[in-house]
Design a protein around this ligand. Sequence first.
Ligand SMILES: NC(=O)C1=CN([C@@H]2O[C@H](COP(=O)(O)OP(=O)(O)OC[C@H]3O[C@@H](n4cnc5c(N)ncnc54)[C@H](OP(=O)(O)O)[C@@H]3O)[C@@H](O)[C@H]2O)[C@@H](O)CC1
Ligand SMILES: [K+]
Length: 519
Amino acid sequence: MKLFSAKQLKEADQATEKNEGITSIDLMERAAGQAFEWIDAQLKGQQVPIYIFCGIGNNGGDGLALGRLLLNKKYDVHSFVVNYSENRSKCFLINYDRYKNTSKEWPKLLKSVDDFPDIPANALVVDAIFGIGLNRPLDQWVKQLVIHINQSKTFTIAIDVPSGMFVDSATPDLEAVIEASVTLTFQAPKLPFFLPETARFSNSIQVLNIGLDGNYLAETPTKAKLITKPDVQKMYQPRDKFSHKGTFGHALIVGGSYGKMGAVTLAVKACLRAGAGKTTTYIPESGYTILQTAVPEAMVIAAQESKHLVDFSVSNEYEAIAIGVGLGTDVKTMKGFKKFLETNKTQLVLDADALNLLAQDKELLKLLPKNCVLTPHPGELERLVGKWKNDFDKLKKTVSLSKSIDGVVVIKGAYTITVYHDQYYINSTGNPGMATAGSGDVLTGIITGLIVQGYDVLTAAVFGVYLHGSTGDLAAQQTGYNSLIAGDLIDFLGDGFIHLFRSDNVPQETAGNNRKNSN
Ligand SMILES: NC(=O)C1=CN([C@@H]2O[C@H](COP(=O)(O)OP(=O)(O)OC[C@H]3O[C@@H](n4cnc5c(N)ncnc54)[C@H](OP(=O)(O)O)[C@@H]3O)[C@@H](O)[C@H]2O)[C@@H](O)CC1
Ligand SMILES: [K+]
């Protein structure tokens, strides 16, 4: 699903008006009508005081039109106009008059802190102060109003965007943003709904289709995409009946150190479960018995060193090498890692300590082969690209890194973002239960397993991240968040694949419980 910029949404708006022969007031009525339908469906006529705060632009116009529709349905509506500017939009003014004609009184004008109404605890608040037109910090008194609404702790519905949130750049003041309970956003979600600093403001997101011009939406490229099930269904490569294990590639997992062999165990199991034809692990000698016992399906090459890898001389028979899980950052490991990068030509997935070694000597980044995949969590990313000022700056720095290595960078988080050059692929699956030791090792294994089967690296990263998250969602149905451990992700990976092509209407209790049956 594409995430459009504010400018693109305005262009889509114009294209719709031109191609459908309608005006912007018609489109506003459509948008407000959709918001009304949604709210009416939740309230079902229940009488709660509805406090609607409207700006003076088109977001405010939406709020007034919504207020009128709610009044027509006999809801208890209290409307306010936040008069932050005299520059009222045309559609706002039309809806201002229409509102008066319905309610017989004007909405109350707010011009300073003294005008703020008390908000009853049982009120439903509608925030239609600013939408995608916000382009500078809020005036002090408007910020105070936002704080006043947030402090009321009432259920708050943001229209299009929580007011105070910037859509295409960093939000300058995180105290001046409406904390919405639900965001009714028009046509497509907006990028900051998925970024760590701002995601908490939009909370539960409902996308309302207001029928913006289909051709414009289809043909306009966006920097950011939200990856959902239909996107990954297209990525899946079905298996040919006559295929054999050689068809699905050979992966090598390089890593492990004394006390951290579990990381390699998890990665190689995940790699196999993701569908790799064959896997080999290259580990310090002390891990030999552990690996052979824990994963009989994997081959093991034990290095001479007992506790840390020093010598990384591996053959070039693999389609991809994952390196870094449990590796450690011993000085001797660093030397061997550098030597390895100087000669290696195989596709790489770099995680954990491989990223820390790269961060210790950034010159090593120049030795990476084209099209490698880096999977840092924010701490590892910061060590690689330096401190960022905000989420947009982080994306910019990650884009530079991706371009400089000509490869893929996966920023792990609640919404994992895969960055390739200046494209962002935002993942929609996963849950807080996955914040557990070894979860990243499983992801590394999945991505590597997909690459050796022939998925291109970008697809392997985007698809792998989705699968990792959807598998976690299925596992959590059985384990709950607290008890989810990385090994569960491996056990449920098969369900993750099967679920890709299952209807989402499958009742929750039957989805993903195959593990119990097959054990
Ligand atoms: N496009 C679509 O698809 C559809 C859009 N629709 C709706 O329109 C909304 C966008 O409306 P909008 O463009 O009128 O902007 P909005 O957010 O109401 O802001 C109002 C104005 O305030 C100003 N301003 C900015 N920052 C400021 C500040 N800090 N303090 C004071 N003033 C400030 C700035 O004007 P300026 O002063 O810069 O000239 C800005 O224009 C959108 O979110 C959706 O709800 C739907 O109706 C139909 C389909
Ligand atoms: K709003």
